[in-house]
Design a protein around this ligand. Structure first.
Ligand code: C2E
Ligand code: MG
Ligand code: MG
Length: 412
């Protein structure tokens, strides 16, 4: 039974999520995973007993999904909590030995305190979770205390989430199309579909903001299906109109890939729309691919059997192990725009990615190309496929179609 936060003694909650724990557990057997989590719990307990009173009275709980909670009765002020957080973080820097293997973990810790961040344990837990998730998205290995601004952001996110849930039926979603060029052929060889949401209540919201929300709320599965269906229908119309043949690139997020019916959904959309699967390319980011490697490999193989192409998006920004990269059935790597942006000053990473793609016999395309200098640099390094504002911004379907109809030189 959890103590009641409304009691006279101030109570605080620390929520602890070990960084990258999911990846580690996935590579272990069930017994080793269980023992590792138990060892982690005991280490936390021990560290707490070593802390000064009144922190030594804190209790550790293990939550589902490899998270730990620490309830601290008599937490007097924020500094005391921060001290405890840092004490736990430091104490975890010694390796944990389980079944003859040593594991090193960093911790993400979020904390909330009664009564200012909630009067009951449930609210404290919810707010501690908001913070710990924030710490994780900012790279982990840190302690942070909840604050009112985070609460407001969470409230705003909840409002947006609610509006997003109705976006399809309210016809607020639209697709924009950005050309991908192949300079060897001097033509538009593909197009990337980018989702736009113009909310009646909240105005134009960029995908960088609403896609993560859609992921969190589980809405991405239906939204992603809507995107794929409408994009394939559009591409089929262009194919039927005998416009220059192009590949349609569609972004896929983590939650979509993990859905058990994902491959069946892609198959169904291809059948319904009649688009040639060889014309479809699915873009997944490195972090999505690396979340559950074995599942990724089997899903990508099934997609390949349908005849669909696979590209790795934002390459170089996530963690990917080169040995896995070799095991993924891929067609193309997209050099992330951050490496293209400064290519004229420092081409180290862009060039490495281009060479890596070549040695793995994959195609390579550069994203975020904005200037002629970048085009020239990329060409000199052997990258002839490009996408970016220099060639065209994401535009509505009609405008893109007009571009396809025009036969013109892309670069003088
Ligand atoms: P992404 O897939 O890497 O898409 C490229 C982003 O870079 C797009 O941002 C595009 O507008 C922008 N961009 C293209 N050329 C240039 C350039 O020359 N300079 C600069 N500065 N930016 C350029 P956008 O449309 O805001 O999309 C952001 C991200 O949202 C996408 O990154 C993708 O991860 C995600 N996203 C967009 N549509 C969808 C979708 O339908 N489904 C999913 N799951 N994610 C999507
Ligand atoms: Mg993309
Ligand atoms: Mg990208």
């Amino acid at each position: 039974m959890l103590p009641d936060a409304s009691s006279r003694n101030p109570l605080a909650m620390l929520l602890i999520k070990p960084d990258r724990i999911k990846l580690v557990l996935e590579s272990q057997g069930y017994t080793a995973s269980d023992q590792l989590l138990a060892a982690m719990g005991s280490r936390l307990q021990k560290l707490i007993r070593q802390a000064h009173s009144p922190l030594a009275e804190a209790q550790v709980f293990r939550f589902e999904g490899a998270a730990f909670g620490v309830l601290v009765p008599n937490a007097r002020d924020h500094e005391v909590l921060a001290d405890l957080g840092h004490h736990l973080k430091l104490g975890m820097q010694q390796p944990l030995k389980v079944l003859d293997r040593e594991h090193l973990f960093t911790l993400s810790i979020g904390s909330a305190m009664a009564p200012e961040h909630g009067r009951d344990t449930e609210t404290l837990f919810k707010n501690a979770e908001v913070v710990v998730n924030r710490v994780r998205t900012e790279g982990g290995n840190a302690f942070r205390l909840f604050n009112a601004e985070m609460g407001e952001k969470r409230e705003q996110a909840i409002l947006l989430e609610r509006a997003l849930g109705q976006a399809i039926e309210r016809k607020e979603l639209a697709l924009h199309y950005q050309p991908q060029v192949d300079l060897r052929q001097n033509r538009i060889a593909g197009v990337e579909v980018l989702l736009r949401w113009n909310s009646a209540e909240h105005g134009m919201i960029p995908p960088g903001r609403f896609i993560p929300l859609a992921e969190e709320a589980g809405l991405i599965v239906s939204i992603g299906q809507w995107v794929l269906h409408h994009a394939c229908l559009q591409a089929k119309q262009w194919e039927d109109a005998n416009l220059s043949p192009i590949t349609l690139a569609v972004n896929i997020s983590a939650r979509q890939m993990q859905h058990p019916d994902f491959v069946a959904m892609v198959d169904q959309v291809l059948r319904e729309t009649g688009l040639n699967p060889a014309r479809l390319e699915l873009e997944i980011t490195e972090s999505v691919a690396m979340q559950d490697v074995e599942h990724t490999i089997s899903t990508l193989n099934s997609l390949r059997r349908l005849g669909v192409n696979i590209a790795i998006d934002d390459f170089g920004t996530g963690f990917s192990s080169l040995s896995y990269l070799q095991r993924f059935p891929l067609d193309k790597i997209k050099v992330d725009q951050s490496f293209v942006r400064n290519i004229t000053q420092d081409a180290t990473i862009a060039l490495s990615v281009i060479l890596l793609a070549r040695s793995l016999q994959l195609r390579v395309i550069a994203e975020g190309v904005e200037t002629l200098e970048q085009v020239d640099a990329l060409r000199s390094y052997g990258c002839e496929e490009m996408q970016g504002f220099f060639f065209g911004r994401p535009m509505p379907a009609g405008e893109f179609e007009h571009r396809l109809q025009q036969v013109k030189q892309l670069v003088a």
